[in-house]
Write a protein that binds this ligand. Structure first.
Ligand code: PEP
Ligand code: MG
Length: 575
């Protein structure tokens, strides 16, 4: 749901702020505001002793890095590995010698130390923003390091959240990993941020921890400590002084979500048509978390996570170790490994060009093989090694395939490394339109609906303000999904979906109705999708899909589908 214009809706009892919800949960509790960052005084004098000032700054960075590492260890011990990884990466940024060197130069030239820290970190942040994608999303982390160091240099209290004495709703501009690391999880009822987005680390961590969260909630700066609010992630709303009916409906939904999470029956429609529900993972820790869940395996292993924040590609041995771990974790269940998908929103220092004008249309995904075939061969060799070690045979697919020729080339390469089940992702409209030809040369395809939507609608997937266009419910996108699914039915080969859309329970019904055979999503979405499927027959799913495709725009498509969804599902999931 796109963020509103910042003007909250006023109801008889409360004001409702709208943003983007993460998950389908909710909570009611008092607001606790996160403390703001320190302000650097405008008239900060030049240091009398530049060497002493530089030492103070260096100590500030070192202390902050040490603190982050200690918190990372605590998070890792508590099993919150995504947080631990982010904290370690942030600590690494705080120890970047280039930062200290540039700050030192400014201090030598007479700039006050707090100003020097602010100025240089902001320059780095601009560089990260210009690089886009993963680096741009780390800017909040970099600024949190800046604020903590500035607080130390100025001798004032660190920004953050006060100790919590009861379950509370944290309201912040945005939360840095350091903020989230310090949270007293037992007392966090929900998180609300004015900034961020569905892929910012606040959203990722909240999803991993199962904390209801609303990001990009415009206008919540008006809330103060102690305000009572209801946070409804399913609707992306935050309501001050919530009416009783809203509180009760949230409580009912939260109780139901708890019951659904315990349901491990095989996923199927009401008339018994089996549907494969799979997990999206990016790391070995994700695999450990997903393996005990009631999923049929992994539908998307985003291997590029192994390559991020490195100056060179991981070796065959390093990769083989991780792939073996993941294959063994899922034992005889299916594991679909995607080969490296670098470029555009996932830039890699050693693999992608920094100066491409339109990186999303450039040398990304499978196209990297044109410039550096060794990257793919190393990865395929590592997968072959993992297969030997684990005795399990992964399904392997390539991202960003545009033509049947590319699909055939990839299939030949993968098979020459012993891969038995080869597939490609359908993320480019050209590939969707020619899916039948592509399926002649591979064993399966998987629709990457995030990118398929971006390319069909010619809309950058990172641009929040174009969210109405960047919508899987656009009938043109649904047409391409349908074309691909029909090609799969004709060829008698599997067609999965592994974009975020598969985790939306209503869209999952549409996708099944269109003929998609498996749905891969973040593990936390599996219970609600299983529940929605079980309440509808395969024929009802087809009717829901048809209704959506017959609509003339995205809003009408979703409304038309929703109108045919069972009342029980709508009520239970707050749809
Ligand atoms: C997609 O594009 O839908 C997809 C699953 O790949 P990613 O989000 O990693 O680009
Ligand atoms: Mg993609």
């Amino acid at each position: 749901m796109p963020a509103d214009d910042g003007a909250p809706t006023t109801t008889a009892q409360g004001r409702t702020f709208t943003g983007i919800g993460v998950g389908r949960g909710g909570a009611v509790g008092p607001v606790v505001l996160a403390h703001a960052a320190p302000r650097v005084p405008p008239g900060e004098p030049s240091p009398d002793d530049p060497e002493a000032a530089k030492e103070k700054v260096a100590k500030g960075f070192a202390d902050v890095a040490a603190n982050l590492r200690a918190r990372a260890d605590t998070a890792a011990e508590a099993g919150v590995t995504a947080l631990a990884d982010i904290l370690r990466a942030t600590a690494q940024m705080a120890e970047d010698p280039a930062l200290l060197e540039e700050i030192g130069t400014l201090i030598d030239a007479g700039t006050g130390p707090a100003h020097a820290v602010e100025q240089v970190v902001d320059q780095f942040a601009q560089m990260f923003l210009a690089a886009g994608g993963y680096l741009a999303e780390r800017v909040t982390d970099l600024r949190s390091v800046r604020d903590r160091v500035v607080a130390r240099v100025l001798g004032v209290a660190e920004p953050g959240i006060r100790p919590l004495s009861e379950p509370s709703v944290i309201v912040a501009e945005d939360l840095s990993p350091a903020d989230t690391a310090g949270l007293d999880l037992a007392n966090i009822a929900a998180i609300v941020t004015r900034m961020g987005g569905p892929t910012s680390h606040t959203a990722i961590i909240a999803a991993q921890l199962g904390i209801p969260c609303v990001v990009r909630a415009e206008g919540v700066g008006a809330l103060v400590d102690g305000d009572l609010v209801a946070v409804d992630a399913a609707h992306g709303t935050v309501t001050k002084d919530p009416p009783r009916e809203l509180r009760e409906s949230i409580e009912r939904r939260v109780a139901l979500l708890g019951d659904l999470a315990a349901d491990d029956a095989p996923a199927a429609t009401a008339d018994g048509v089996a549907v494969q529900l799979l997990a999206n993972i990016g790391t070995r820790e994700d695999a450990d978390r997903a393996a005990p869940a009631a999923v049929d395996g992994v539908g998307l292993f985003r291997t590029e996570v192994l390559f991020l924040e490195r100056s060179a590609a991981p070796t065959v041995e390093e990769q083989a170790e991780v792939y073996t771990h993941v294959l063994e974790a899922f034992d005889d269940r299916k594991v679909v490994v995607r080969t490296l998908d670098a470029g555009a929103d996932k830039p890699l220092a050693f693999a992608t060009l920094p100066d491409e004008e339109n990186p999303a249309l450039g040398v990304r995904g499978y196209r990297l093989v044109r410039r550096d075939p060794g990257l793919l061969d190393t990865q395929l060799a590592a997968l072959a090694e993992a297969r030997t070690r684990s005795g399990r045979s992964p399904w392997v697919m390539a991202p960003m395939i545009a033509t049947a020729g590319e699909a055939a080339e990839f299939a030949e390469r993968a098979r020459s490394h012993g891969v038995e089940t080869v597939g490609v992702m359908i993320e480019i409209p050209a590939a969707a339109l020619r899916a039948r030809e592509i399926l002649d040369v591979v064993d399966f395809v998987s629709l990457g609906t995030n990118d398929l939507t971006q390319y069909t609608m010619a809309t950058d997937r990172l641009r929040g303000e174009l969210a109405d266009l960047l919508d899987i419910w656009q009938p043109a996108v649904l047409d391409l999904v349908a074309t691909t699914a029909m090609a799969g039915v004709e060829a008698g080969k599997p067609v999965g979906v592994c974009g975020e859309s598969a985790g939306d329970p209503v869209m999952a019904l549409v996708l099944h109705g269109l003929g998609v055979t498996s749905l891969s999503m973040s593990v936390s979405s599996v219970p609600v999708v299983r529940f929605a499927l079980r309440q509808h027959t395969a024929d009802q799913c087809r009717m829901i899909a048809e209704a959506a495709r017959s609509a003339s725009d995205a809003v009408q498509a979703r409304a038309a589908a929703l109108a045919l969804v069972s009342g029980e599902v709508r009520e239970a999931l707050g749809l």
